[in-house]
Design a protein around this ligand. Structure first.
Ligand code: PLP
Length: 379
């Protein structure tokens, strides 16, 4: 193999292609060039590495908003670690109460976190097939003045439903409460401005729409609010305030071992997001993936679960076929053998499966998937 013919790092040629595409909401399929940059080691406290961390932090804020007054913190672990870190850090130790609007497993998880952390909490469950009830939200905020914070998931990945965060944020700020948004599966894939949706804290992770590999999450915060959060944290390692201070003072230094390879890959993923044309272009590609998928699936006789007006282009739930001969496991294995990994359903009381449109996935991949599904129908 001649390594001098291309400006690509020579190791690029040794990276094997993936055996299948992940049509899942994270970890998802990444580009070969993102995976290639994982191939070298970095010193966790060296300037070379810390400057990458600082570039990432600045770029995340730039992607999040055109307004000033926002900052970002990176946190080790999967996305849930960043959700737990933010909740445990933003909620005051006393006299704090969180209202959680939930319509799926990730909203439920926020409620579960408050139980573990002994944080007073009220839960409004609008059911998995509906967006939150905005009138009920307003009533609750009117009646219960002890509520200090409101939390909601943007794209509830359980179903693919997209919650109206801007409208919710507007109501939250009328009272005025602190607003937390779990934008794990939407940040980088759906255009929005953190300031315009009135989010004080917003969380996402490396392995969703930015198309990096798993290993850390990140918090976009209104600086003024984060500054008030010293000594709130219920956990040493998940103290987002302490992590922020360390990153600010140490110019990109993490408190504990940082996921260096993952961070380097994330930097490459950000470069590729920009090369693609930024978030609007990525949104367009995901939307096209979604449109082709739904049209093709409907032609094959499948039905979507979520109302079209609420459906996100991130992930789509389909009702399982009614036939008694249908088994998800067999369908899954057949598709996997043809190069596609789909996702089981996560709904309670409804038989469904999910197909993700995010990641290094293009319209032709979706067309090939549809052809594979057509031949995999065994019922
Ligand atoms: C993926 C995801 C999370 C985090 O899940 P992890 O498995 O911890 O990475 C949280 N909320 C939503 C909406 C998600 O899609």
């Amino acid at each position: 193999m001649d390594i001098n013919l291309s400006n690509k790092p020579f190791d690029y040629y040794f990276i094997p292609d993936n055996p299948y595409l992940l049509l899942t909401p994270g970890p998802l399929s990444t580009s070969k060039s993102v995976r290639t940059v994982l191939l070298r080691d970095w010193c966790t406290w060296d300037d070379d590495y810390n400057s990458i961390v600082q570039e990432i932090r600045a770029e995340l804020v730039r992607l999040a908003t055109s307004k000033s007054g926002y900052t970002s913190v990176l946190m080790q672990g999967s996305g849930t670690f960043s959700v737990e870190s933010t909740i445990g850090t933003m909620m005051p130790k006393e006299n704090g109460k969180l209202l959680v609007l939930t319509n799926g497993a990730y909203g439920e998880r926020i409620g579960q976190i408050t139980k573990y952390l002994n944080i007073p909490c009220v839960i409004h469950n609008s059911g998995e097939l509906h967006i939150p009830d905005l009138e009920r939200l307003e009533q609750e905020l009117k009646q219960d003045s002890s509520i200090t914070h409101v939390a909601v998931v943007h794209c509830e990945t359980t179903t693919g439903i997209l919650n109206p965060v801007a409208e919710i944020g507007r109501i939250v700020k009328q009272y005025p409460k602190i607003f937390f948004v779990d934008a794990m599966s939407s940040f980088g894939g759906i255009p929005f401005d953190v300031a315009e949706i009135h989010a004080d804290f917003l969380v996402s992770s490396a392995n969703k729409c930015i198309q990096g590999v798993p290993g850390f999450g990140f918090i976009i915060a209104r600086t003024e609010e984060l500054q008030k959060c010293a000594h709130n944290a219920r956990s040493l390692s998940l103290d987002a305030y302490a992590q922020w201070i360390e990153m600010e003072k140490g110019k990109g230094k993490w408190r504990f071992t940082s996921p260096t390879h993952t961070v380097r890959a994330f930097k490459q993923a950000l470069v590729e997001l920009q090369e693609e044309g930024g978030i609007p272009a990525r949104y367009k590609r995901y939307s096209e993936n979604h449109k082709i998928l739904v049209e093709g699936m409907e032609q094959l006789g499948f039905e979507t679960v979520i109302k079209k007006e609420w459906q996100s282009p991130i992930i789509t739930s389909f009702h399982s076929p009614k036939s008694e001969k249908y088994q998800f496991k067999k369908f899954y294995e057949l598709l996997k053998s043809k190069g596609f990994v789909i996702y089981p359903g996560k709904l309670t009381g409804l038989d469904a499966f999910r197909i993700g449109n995010i990641g290094h996935i293009f319209p032709d991949d979706i067309r090939n998937l549809l052809a594979a599904i057509k031949t995999a129908i065994f019922w």
